[in-house]
Each structure stands twice: as structure tokens, then as C-alpha cells.
Write a protein that binds this ligand. Structure first.
Ligand code: SF4
Length: 200
């Protein structure tokens, strides 16, 4: 790992965040939390900005940090396969994360970091106006639902993104599925429900 960059930690610039340029520029310039110190680059999100389906993971990992895209590498490939299984291509969805900078050594984002970055996520959700949100993995689900319940519990029922009427489905993170193939059966049920929600 290279030397830490010296950055002053500043609150996010108070911009209206009412269009994609403002959102992306604000993320790229943001030094609001310490995650900005160690990441290689920001990973704002990618995909169809008018998608019916928005996928929200926890934060960039090693590959995402290098490539500047969310869900690349083996996890990304599995996510692509999962989507393809229900007739969805990656280009059709918008994919982003709770935090836009890679947490060091892939640790969980701290609550304060997730809260700082939530400004950007909320702005992205307002722009995309998804019909359904797929929350991928424990950190994403607990953060979005403001819950401490285990992901295995949160998966069991449908939710709405708090403060909105957007249906929110929780599923396991592809990295977890790669380590725990037995969980794929549950993820498949989640995908079938997602397919139903998007096609009703
Ligand atoms: Fe800013 Fe989010 Fe990166 Fe923290 S994680 S520095 S809030 S863009």
C-alpha cells in the first residue's frame, strides 16, 4: 500500500445534487470521511440512469477500486449471471454502493461513513427513481433499512426503502455466495421474486 494521502476531511459540499453532473462531481471531489484517504479512486456507480432496478452493494473492493466500476471481478461476474438468469442485462440496471470509496482492507464501512455518503446515494435514488431496489449483502441491507438484524432475517421479508414507497428486496452478496454455494438456493428465490416485482 502506498503512503497515505494527506487530505483535510471536509463535510460534503452543500450542492443541490439535482442532476447527474452535480452528483458525480461532488462524489469525485468529496473528502468528507477518512475513506477518501486510501482509495485509488471514487466509484460513484454505473449503468442505466433510468433503470427500473437499482442494485446497492456495500462499497468498492480491490477490483472496483482499481477499475472505478462497481461489482467487477468474480463477484461481479456472478452478479451478472444472476441477473441474466432472470432476463436482465447489467446495462439495464443502475449499480452503486453505500460508500463510494474503498474501505481499507475491505473492512465494513463505519456507520458515520455510510451516513456521510448517504447524501450521494439518496440523490442517485432520486434521479433513477427505480421501481425496485435490490440490496446486496449485510452491510447494504442493515444500512438501508437502519437495522441490526442479520441479513438472513432481512432476506425473509419484503421491505420498502424507509421514507419512500420503493420496494426493497435483500439478498446475499455474490462474494458470500461464492464462499457458501448452499445459499444459492435462497438467492434464486430472491431473484424469482425480483423478476415478479419487475414484471407485474
Ligand atoms: Fe465522500 Fe463517500 Fe468517499 Fe466518504 S466514502 S469520502 S462520504 S465519497
Amino acid at each position: 500500500m502506498g503512503p497515505k494521502r494527506r487530505l483535510s476531511l471536509l463535510p460534503p459540499k452543500v450542492l443541490s445534487l439535482e442532476n447527474w453532473d452535480e452528483i458525480t462531481q461532488s462524489i469525485l471531489q468529496c473528502t468528507a470521511c477518512e475513506l477518501a484517504r486510501n482509495c485509488s479512486q471514487k466509484v460513484p456507480g454505473a449503468g442505466n440512469r433510468q433503470a427500473d432496478l437499482m442494485i446497492i452493494g456495500e462499497g468498492p473492493g480491490h477490483d472496483e477500486d482499481i477499475q472505478g466500476e462497481p461489482f467487477v471481478g468474480r463477484s461481479g461476474q456472478l452478479l451478472d449471471k444472476m441477473l441474466t438468469a432472470i432476463g436482465i442485462e447489467r446495462e439495464q440496471v443502475f449499480i452503486t454502493n453505500i460508500v463510494k470509496c474503498r474501505p481499507p482492507n475491505n473492512r465494513d464501512p463505519k456507520q458515520q461513513e455510510a451516513q456521510q455518503c448517504r447524501t450521494f446515494l439518496d440523490a442517485q435514488i432520486r434521479q433513477v427513481k427505480p421501481r425496485v431496489i435490490l440490496s446486496v449483502g449485510r452491510v447494504s441491507a442493515q444500512s438501508l433499512l437502519d437495522s441490526k438484524k442479520p441479513v438472513g432475517k432481512l432476506i425473509e421479508q419484503m421491505h420498502q426503502l424507509p421514507g419512500t414507497d420503493i420496494p426493497l428486496k435483500v439478498t446475499y452478496h455474490p462474494a458470500y455466495l461464492l464462499r457458501t454455494p448452499s445459499a444459492k438456493a435462497i438467492a434464486w428465490q430472491d431473484l424469482k421474486l425480483l423478476h415478479h416485482l419487475l414484471n407485474r
